[in-house]
Design a protein around this ligand. Structure first.
Ligand SMILES: C[S@@+](CC[C@H](N)C(=O)[O-])C[C@H]1O[C@@H](n2cnc3c(N)ncnc32)[C@H](O)[C@@H]1O
Length: 246
């Protein structure tokens, strides 16, 4: 698996977080979680959890997590560019968030350090072995702690972005293992594919109890210039998952 190539692609893509630093800083001042996230994470956030955000990227979700009740957030990402920008934003906003450069699986954090592991929104496709990732998540969680994922549905890369009607891309298959990213932000990087069944099975096999799984028609992200028919309610484009450590 070309991890170094993907890291280079992400360092390059993350320069956007630096170029648009001021704009993202403003967005971070008012960032909120998605409605489904607020509903599902409500009970966990009510107890002021210590959160670990895996593949934290620009870190806007960390500001939202703190605003929603998190006591602290530790973001982990293998892009030093992304980590440096997110770290500076947290300092500028006085947020209880800190950031660590680290490659997953194998987060450089101690066992049992998290009440909540939060991830998604373009994260899982960069991990070729979700069984190893899930074991790493289980290691980070305290007993009773939660894993929360809000992520692109594994079927979403199959849809064309045609505006007139939904179509399946002729060059992709749901059961393939990988494909090359051909849209912003990480154009050219190799994405791994896992089915929804494989994702759930990885989480359960790591010893976590599945509490919730839902699929949604709306994508978590839409490029500015696209309005695909595949995003208008007929097809799955996102999912959420909540699981609890014993
Ligand atoms: C699409 S971004 C999503 C991040 C975050 N959810 C956000 O909205 O900014 C994916 C992130 O995963 C990071 N990443 C990809 N593969 C990784 C790996 N193996 N280990 C750690 N970070 C990784 C990238 O650097 C990038 O910041």
């Amino acid at each position: 698996m070309p991890v170094d190539g993907n890291r280079a692609a992400w360092d390059d893509a993350s320069l956007k977080h630096v170029r648009e630093y001021d704009d993202l800083l403003e967005q971070a001042r008012t960032a909120t979680l998605l409605p489904a996230e607020r509903e599902l994470l409500g009970p966990a956030l009510a107890s002021a959890p210590e959160v670990v955000h895996l593949q934290s990227g620009h870190g806007l979700d960390d500001a939202a997590l703190v605003r929603a009740g998190a006591r602290s957030v530790v973001g982990v990402d293998f892009s030093a560019v992304a980590v440096t920008a997110a770290r500076q934003r947290a300092v500028d906003l006085g947020l209880p968030c800190r950031y660590v450069v680290g490659e997953l699986p194998g987060a450089p954090l101690r066992d049992g350090c998290a009440d909540l592991v939060y991830t998604g929104k373009g994260a899982l496709i960069w991990l070729p072995d979700l069984r190893v990732w899930a074991r790493d998540v289980a290691r980070l969680l305290r007993p009773g702690g939660s894993l929360f994922v809000y992520e692109a549905h594994p079927a979403a890369p199959l849809w064309t972005w045609d505006a007139d009607e939904p179509r399946v891309r002729p060059d992709r298959g749901y059961f393939e293992r990988s494909h090359v990213n051909d849209s912003f932000p990480a154009r050219g990087a190799v994405e791994s594919q896992a089915t929804l069944g494989e994702i759930v099975t990885a989480v359960v096999a790591a010893g976590l109890d599945l509490r919730h799984l839902a699929e949604y028609p709306d994508p978590f992200w839409r490029p500015d210039d696209a309005d695909a028919a595949a995003w208008r309610g007929r097809l799955p484009n996102a999912f959420s998952l909540l699981a609890v450590a014993r």
